[in-house]
Design a binder for this molecule. Structure first.
Ligand code: NAD
Length: 463
């Protein structure tokens, strides 16, 4: 209530008001800026505007639901509020969210000029203005609810529907709908989403705590599904990558996939080309002695990996780290023949690499702390969330996932239909049913993980 009324007082001031936006302007920060008459954004990569409340299961209740649709029109405003997505400086101007883009060194001058200009305050015009009024408003409401129902058919999320309702029926004023406020703030979903947010922040802090310099060169061995995509990710984040594989064709395929990733993520053809130039094919591993980190992602075979390490380890430069992307082989087994077993670490990515935020950092009991630091610095550089786990079967994620998948397969054995199992788990809140998930991972891989875990749990039963 205090946030809502204080921003309303700011909006009603007779004097010109201006928000000069530099860096992140999110949630309540953007609502404060929206209550000003003018907004200028500083032309910098880290200038980002968003109303991300929906991601925490709540809504922008300090005027965002009222002022954003009035400023940029309901379709774009609802999209921003329902996805919580980031808007960059240039895009903010295109949307009408900001009045102008200014270079940092001229920011104060531009602000003073704008405040004194007497320019009319920007508002949504034409169709966008009509869409804010009844009856068109209800048309937008119905269309938006249809999209929400498609994405969330089992009504797990209250906040998106509340945002649409408060905008459509109460002109964006949440105080007119106290029941909704109560429902939202006391909902299990909001509680869990806020918890997930804090957990993610905790993982991010592991990566931030490292004192290591950023890595300049990563060498990846194995250009398959995982190695190829990890190489592309590294190159897209500005790291020089050399990519080795015994099969030249796999490197070429990885380069093809990398170009698509760069085009999707970087867009600007110049940046795409620069990223492509950073990804260097190295069939024979000539670059190993220069790399800060050598990451192995060859086929899941203990002997092949051990043989490879015997060749790689003597070539590593001082301070360089050897890492493996193995998903199921214990590091204890892999490091047996190493001269410095305490310097092997697991950096376990998930598939698809570009989309999965989590990376397991697998540590043995005597890991060299410097090696762990390098792995954390690497995760920070490529914007992944590092989860430290010990070298136990299935690490953490597969140890949780495998029993869940196994139970789903048992249900099939007991005569239940696959579609029914999947539908039940989706109704419970899973984004994908367990049977479809097993099919996506691959039945062979799922079986291998199961065997690994059961062998570790009960060696006597393994044969
Ligand atoms: P893949 O079969 O797609 O690729 C393996 C690549 O390694 C092939 O291109 C092969 O030519 C190359 N290779 C094999 N031996 C080599 C050697 N001695 N020297 C150079 N290149 C060699 O396999 P993948 O799915 O990318 O898996 C790679 C690793 O990542 C495995 O350890 C796997 O357990 C792990 N992993 C896989 C997934 C997944 O979903 N596929 C997920 C997480 C981790």
């Amino acid at each position: 209530m205090r946030g809502w009324s204080i921003f309303n007082r700011l909006a009603k001031l007779k004097v010109p008001t201006l928000a000069l936006i530099h860096g992140h302007c999110l949630g309540g920060g953007l609502e404060l800026a929206l209550a000003c008459k003018y907004r200028l954004v500083i032309d910098q990569a880290n200038t980002i505007l968003a109303l991300p409340e929906v991601r925490l299961g709540i809504f922008p209740g300090w005027g965002g639901m009222k002022r954003l649709p009035e400023l940029i029109g309901p379709p774009k405003a609802l999209d921003m509020m329902l996805t919580g997505r980031n808007i960059r400086a240039k895009q903010a101007v295109r949307l009408g969210l900001a009045d102008a883009l200014v270079p940092e060194r001229l920011a104060k001058q531009a602000a003073a000029h704008h405040v004194l200009s007497g320019k009319a305050v920007h508002k949504a015009k034409g169709l966008n203005a009509w869409l804010n009024k009844v009856p068109l408003k209800h048309l937008v409401e119905r269309q938006t609810l249809k999209t929400i129902n498609k994405k969330d058919p089992y009504h797990h999320y209250l906040a998106p529907r509340a945002i649409v309702d408060i905008w459509a029926r109460h002109d964006g004023n949440p105080l007119k709908s106290p029941d909704t406020i109560h429902q939202i703030t006391s909902s299990e979903t909001a509680r869990h989403l806020i918890r997930v947010f804090h957990l993610q922040e905790r993982l991010k802090s592991f990566a931030k705590r490292t004192t290591k310099d950023p890595l300049t060169h990563v060498h990846i061995i194995g250009a398959g599904v995982m190695g190829g995509d990890i190489a592309a990710l590294c190159a897209s984040k500005g790291i020089k990558v050399t990519l080795q594989d015994q099969d030249r064709e796999r490197i070429a395929q990885a380069q093809g996939r990398a170009r698509k990733l760069f085009q999707r993520k970087l867009r600007d053809p110049r940046l795409v080309q620069q990223a492509f130039d950073r990804l260097i094919p190295d069939e024979k591993g000539i670059a190993i002695p220069q790399a800060d980190l050598v990451l192995e992602a060859i086929s899941e075979n203990v002997h092949a990996k051990q043989q490879l390490y015997a060749l790689v380890e003597p070539q590593l430069k001082t301070g360089a780290v050897l890492a493996t992307n193995t998903s199921s082989i214990p590091l204890e087994a892999l490091r047996k023949a190493l001269m410095r077993p305490d310097r092997l670490i697991g950096i376990h990515f998930f598939n698809p690499v570009a989309q999965m935020p989590l990376v397991e950092i697998v540590e043995t009991h005597d890991i060299d702390p410097e090696v762990r630091d390098t792995a954390m610095a690497f995760c920070e550089q490529i914007s992944k969330l590092p989860l430290p786990v010990s070298d136990t079967p299935g690490f953490l994620v597969n140890a949780i996932l495998a029993p869940y998948m196994l139970e789903a397969m048992r249900c099939i054995d007991e005569g239940m239909k696959a579609e029914i199992i999947d539908a039940a788990m989706q109704r419970f809140g899973m984004p994908m049913g367990p049977i479809e998930l097993i099919d996506t991972v691959g039945l062979d891989i799922a079986r291998d993980v199961g065997v690994q875990l059961s062998e570790a749990a009960a060696p006597a039963l393994s044969d």
